[in-house]
Design a binder for this molecule. Structure first.
Ligand code: ATP
Ligand code: MG
Ligand code: FE
Length: 331
C-alpha cells in the first residue's frame, strides 16, 4: 500500500510517501531551525506560521519525488500528538482535507510510535522488542510484544534527555539545538568532573535528568565565583558520560529482564555518537540484536509516521474526519 504521511508536531514540516510500511519512496523535511535559533529554542507561534507556509509545498514535493499521484494513495497519515498544538493542527488539517478530497482513509499516529517505527524502515521487528526512546520531549523504555502495542515500563520523572542536552548547551552558551554541539564537544574533552548518576530505586526503569542538569549549572556557577573555569569540552564529556551510563545501564537490565530479541533506539538523541558507541559495546555479546536508525531517521521526519501508520492500515485502525490534534497523548 502507498501512504502519504505528514509530520508537523514541532519545528520540522515533513511529508513522505511510504510503500508497504518499509520502503521510503520520498522523505521531505523542511527544517525551521534557522528561524528559532536566535530565540534559543522553538517559539510555538513562529513554528505554526512556518508550517502553514510550508505544508502544501512539502506535500507536493513528497508526491513528486515519489512519482506518485494523489489518486494512487491508499491512505493519508498524520501525527495526531503529542506536540505543539498549533503546529500539530496544521498537519492534521492538511491531512483531513487531502483524505476528504481523494476519498481515502485517514490515520492518526502517535509521534513516539513514529520514532520507534523509524527503525522498521531499516529492519523487520522481532518481539519481544525493547525501545529506548530518547528525544526532545521524551525519555522512556517501551516494551512491544507485537506490532502496534506499546507498554511503557519506565519514563523520565522530570526532564527528557534531549531537553537536558539543550539546557546544558545553553549554559555553555552553545547555539540551539544544543544536543549535536555537546556531542561534538564531548568527543574532544576528558571526563574530569564527577557528575551524579540518577539510578533512582534499584528496580526502577524510570529516569531523572533535572538533578544532573542542576549539578552542571551549579558546578559552573561555583567555579566562576572562585574565578576558575572548566574547559567546556570537559563539562560536555562529563555530562554526556553521566547521561549515557544511566541510559545504557537501564536498557541492558530491561532487555535481560524481558528477554528482548531486539533493542532499538529512537528519537533525536539516538543521533548521539557517544550513546550509539556505548550501546553497541554493551550489546555486542548479548542475545538481543541492537538496531539504531541512520541519523536522518532519528530526528523528526514523516517517513517514520508512514511506517507506523502502515500497521494501523493493516489492522483497520482508521480515524474519522472529526479527529483532533492532541498536545498530550498516551502512547
Ligand atoms: P519529541 O519527539 O519528544 O516530541 P522532539 O520531536 O522535539 O521531541 P526530536 O526531534 O526527536 O525531539 O529530537 C530533538 C532532540 O534531540 C533535541 O533535544 C536535540 O538536542 C537532540 N539531539 C539531536 N542530535 C543529538 C546528538 N547528536 N546528541 C544529543 N542530542 C541530540
Ligand atoms: Mg525537532
Ligand atoms: Fe520527535
Amino acid at each position: 500500500e502507498l501512504i502519504l504521511a505528514i509530520e508537523t508536531s514541532c519545528d520540522e514540516t515533513a511529508a513522505a510517501v511510504i510503500e508497504g510500511g518499509t520502503v521510503i519512496r520520498s522523505n521531505v523535511v523542511a527544517s525551521q531551525i534557522e528561524s528559532h535559533k536566535r530565540f534559543g529554542g522553538v517559539v510555538p507561534e513562529i513554528a505554526s506560521r512556518h508550517h502553514v507556509e510550508q505544508i502544501t509545498i512539502v506535500i507536493e514535493e513528497a508526491l513528486q519525488q515519489a512519482g506518485v499521484e494523489k489518486k494512487d494513495l491508499d491512505a493519508i497519515a498524520v501525527t495526531q500528538g503529542p506536540g505543539l498544538i498549533g503546529a500539530l493542527l496544521v498537519g492534521v488539517n492538511a491531512a483531513k482535507a487531502l483524505a476528504f478530497s481523494i476519498g481515502k482513509p485517514l490515520i492518526g499516529v502517535h509521534h513516539i510510535a513514529g520514532h520507534i517505527y523509524a527503525n522498521r524502515l531499516e529492519q523487520e521487528f522481532a518481539f519481544p522488542l525493547l525501545a529506548l526512546v530518547v528525544s526532545g520531549g521524551h525519555t522512556e523504555l517501551v516494551l512491544m510484544k507485537e506490532h502496534g502495542s506499546f507498554e511503557v515500563i519506565g519514563e523520565t520523572r522530570d526532564d527528557a534527555a534531549g531537553e537536558a542536552y539543550d539546557k546544558v548547551a545553553r549554559t555553555l552558551q552553545l547555539p540551539y539545538p544544543g544536543g549535536p554541539r555537546i556531542d561534538k564537544l564531548a568527543a574532544e574533552g576528558k571526563e574530569s568532573i564527577d557528575f551524579p548518576r540518577a539510578w533512582l530505586e534499584s528496580e526502577s526503569y524510570d529516569f531523572s535528568f533535572s538533578g544532573l542538569k542542576s549539578a552542571v549549572i551549579n558546578t559552573l556557577h561555583n567555579a566562576k565565583q572562585k574565578g576558575e573555569t572548566y574547559p567546556p569540552a570537559d563539562v560536555a564529556a562529563s555530562f554526556q558520560a553521566s547521561v549515557i551510563e544511566v541510559l545504557v545501564g537501564k536498557t541492558l537490565r530491561a532487555a535481560e529482564e524481558y528477554g528482548a530479541k531486539q533493542v532499538i533506539v529512537a528519537g533525536g538523541v539516538a543521533a548521539n555518537s557517544g550513546l550509539r558507541a556505548a550501546l553497541e559495546q554493551a550489546f555486542a555479546d548479548k542475545q538481543a540484536d541492537l538496531l539504531i536508525p541512520p541519523l536522518a531517521l532519528c530526528t523528526d521526519n514523516a517517513a517514520m509516521i508512514g511506517a507506523a501508520a502502515s500497521i494501523s492500515y493493516h489492522q483497520g485502525k482508521f480515524a474519522d474526519l472529526a479527529m483532533n490534534a492532541r498536545a498530550s497523548m498516551p502512547l
